[in-house]
Design a protein around this ligand. Structure first.
Ligand SMILES: Nc1ncnc2c1ncn2[C@@H]1O[C@H](COP(=O)(O)OP(=O)(O)O)[C@@H](O)[C@H]1O
Ligand SMILES: [Mg+2]
Length: 253
């Protein structure tokens, strides 16, 4: 299996070299964990390796994301201008939906000539851009809003499967973020974790009054990886993972 760099050296080390090329890996974490930062590091390092990236903005607009990440000095605007990173604004998918013919459409578009924003439409758009622009890396941030469109679990499952399948069939390596919806260490598995080929968890916990950040490769099909909790920090350079360090004194190495 060919492995490609995440753009974070210490994380590559945990993964035994990097992400499995052509697969779809989930990044799970609470708000502020650094998921967006990690995803953009993945795309900017792709640009250095001559792999074009597509950032699919599901929650915050591309402009908000670029502003939030401006302090890291990655020259995202420059990379965008050169066509090395492309941005797709899919935030409309999230706006107040109504159910119509069993498909959720944005109420905003109900009586207008604008296209209905559906998961299928999003999939088709991404597929088209990947082909036309020769994209090799995709970041979807976050995938949560796809699920919010459906009540029934089987519908969420079906929509997610369709979405993940389309990412895998595109031939790209994808990093998809999702919000941690339950407690940290005693949490239950989330639907999207079962459906993806790999899961990276970003934990934020308070221990003895101090905030501790820990990253963990929970699963990565076909790869022998380190499954321990490892400390990470967000610095002016982005995410830094310390692959040899322990989070707790009592933790095995
Ligand atoms: N320049 C910076 N230096 C250090 N930490 C930063 C910097 N910019 C943002 N952060 C940290 O990154 C966090 C946001 O990261 P982000 O990737 O947006 O999180 P998520 O996408 O998981 O919600 C903030 O909570 C803040 O702690
Ligand atoms: Mg984010």
């Amino acid at each position: 299996m060919q492995l490609i760099s995440t753009g974070v050296k210490g994380l590559d080390e945990l993964l035994g070299g990097g992400l499995p090329k052509g697969k779809c890996v989930l990044v799970v974490g609470s708000p502020g964990a650094g998921k967006t930062i990690l995803q953009m590091q993945f795309l900017t390092s792709g640009a250095k390796a001559d792999e074009r990236g597509l950032y699919v903005a599901m929650d915050e607009t591309p402009e908000q994301v670029k502003t939030n990440l401006s302090s890291f000095g990655w020259d995202i605007e420059g990379l965008e201008k050169n066509g090395e990173i492309l941005f797709l604004d899919a935030t409309m998918l999230r706006q107040g939906g109504i159910r119509k013919n069993n498909v959720l459409v944005s109420s905003k578009f109900e009586d207008s000539s604008e296209p209905k924003i559906t998961v299928r439409f999003l999939v088709e758009t991404i597929t088209k851009i990947v082909k036309e622009e020769d994209i090799q890396r995709i970041a979807v941030d976050p995938v949560t809003s796809i699920m919010l469109r459906y009540d029934a679990t089987f519908k969420k499952r079906r929509a997610l499967l369709t979405f993940f399948d389309s990412l895998i069939n595109s031939g790209c390596t994808s990093l998809v973020s999702t919000e941690l919806r339950t407690g940290m260490l005693s949490r239950s598995f989330q639907l999207e974790e079962f459906l993806s080929q790999g899961v990276i968890l970003m934990h934020t916990m308070v221990h003895a009054g101090t905030v501790i950040r820990a990253i963990q490769v929970e699963k990565m099909r076909g790869i022998a990886h380190d499954a321990q909790l490892r400390p990470y920090q967000i610095t002016s350079k982005g995410i830094e993972v310390y692959p040899k360090d322990r989070v707790f004194e009592s933790q095995p190495t």
